[in-house]
Ligand binder design. Structure first.
Ligand code: GAR
Length: 198
């Protein structure tokens, strides 16, 4: 079985990246995590990835200032040079331009800490608590130019408990994220799920 070559883009802790790396250790997993890129220097997730023997790179978006395209061209050139087939955004906290998204349309996944299409954007747990919803969760979706709006691959839900804070709720949702992202990547990498928009 040939495995898809996957790059993971992170900005920080990298716990979803870690979940993907762990899942990909299984011999029957259809994806190989060959590269982890951070747009933030010193992102804690990088240390885990390099300890796991994965090539890591920092392409600092900050040093490109407002020149989004220059940053993204460097990112894209790196992915192409490494023959990457699928990109997973995992806590990658930088909006991507339509140009970059189009290069990877149908081949780039993101995990979002809410049940889309509810709570696109930031501060999802705070907003869910403020609304008093009883069910919350996480979504893995293909990335399209419009933020948090691409075809959904998988979702997982959690109950909202009385007394929850954004932190306790985030922790419960994160447990679901770590379960569904590897499952979603398995479906996409094996070709069982294709982006309807691709
Ligand atoms: C995760 O909860 C992820 O869903 C969220 O950031 C966290 C990153 O944690 N992503 C977004 O909010 C994207 N807009 P991690 O670095 O430990 O995976």
């Amino acid at each position: 079985m040939s495995k898809r070559r996957v790059a993971i883009l992170i900005s920080g802790r990298g716990s979803n990246m870690t979940a993907l790396v762990e899942a990909a250790k299984a011999s029957d997993y259809p994806a190989d995590i060959v590269l982890v890129i951070s747009n933030v220097a010193g992102a804690p997730g990088l240390a885990f990835a390099s300890k796991a023997g994965i090539e890591t790179l920092t392409i600092e978006s900050k040093s490109f200032g407002k020149d989004r395209e220059a940053f993204e061209h460097k990112l894209n050139d790196t992915l192409v040079a490494q023959k990457i087939e699928l990109v997973c955004l995992a806590g990658f906290m930088r909006l991507l331009t339509p140009w970059f998204v189009q290069q990877w349309q149908g081949r780039m996944l993101n995990i979002h800490p809410a049940l889309l299409p509810s709570y696109k954007g930031l501060h999802t747990h705070e907003r869910a608590l403020a609304d008093g919803v009883k069910i919350h969760g996480a979504t893995v979706h293909f990335v399209v130019p419009e933020m948090d709006s691409g075809p959904i691959v998988m979702q997982g839900d959690v109950p909202v408990m009385p007394g929850d804070t954004p932190e306790t709720l985030a922790k419960r949702v994160l447990g679901v994220e770590h379960r569904i992202y590897p499952e979603a990547l398995r479906l996409v990498a094996s070709g069982q799920f294709k982006s309807p928009a691709a």
